[in-house]
Design a protein around this ligand. Structure first.
Ligand SMILES: [Zn+2]
Length: 145
């Protein structure tokens, strides 16, 4: 029984094999093809870290599919648990609160901080003396938990 189908990657158009639901990773560009992401092409949807339209643009420019801080936080609100590394610190970011807008951010029991929403995080989140927005280009392994 073969329940896989062939399709063209939504980003790079290479022929790839995906599940019948249209989901599967592209071996050529690394995009995780998924129907929800194709229907919402400007939204960051798990398991990708950027939107489909941004992936198409970066692919054309020959750049990696790296999320900016805004993409990362959109992914956070989609999935609720994310992480990244910076200077050997493993930073975790969670969505908390009744309204599910509060962001919990930390890298150890003594370093846990809360932000009321995405804007508050972008404006005020720091690692030691550095604003996260200023060091974002240096963070590594930004991904879903
Ligand atoms: Zn592809």
């Amino acid at each position: 029984m073969n329940n896989k189908i062939e399709k063209n990657c939504a980003v790079c158009k290479h022929k790839i094999i995906v599940s019948q639901g249209g989901n599967g990773e592209c071996f050529n560009c690394g995009w995780y093809n998924n129907i929800l992401g194709e229907e919402n092409e400007n939204t960051v949807i798990f398991p990708n870290l950027i939107s489909l339209n941004k992936a198409k643009k970066l692919y054309k420019e020959n750049k990696p599919f790296k999320p900016d801080l805004n993409d990362f936080l959109d992914g956070l609100y989609c999935y609720r648990e994310m992480q990244f590394s910076y200077n050997n610190l493993n930073c975790c970011v969670f969505v908390r609160g009744e309204e599910q807008t509060t962001i919990e951010f930390g890298w150890s029991p003594n370093h846990v901080y809360y932000f009321k929403d995405k804007e508050d995080f972008i404006k005020n989140a720091k690692i030691d003396n550095d604003y996260v927005r200023d060091i974002w280009d240096k963070v590594e392994n930004a991904c879903y938990l």
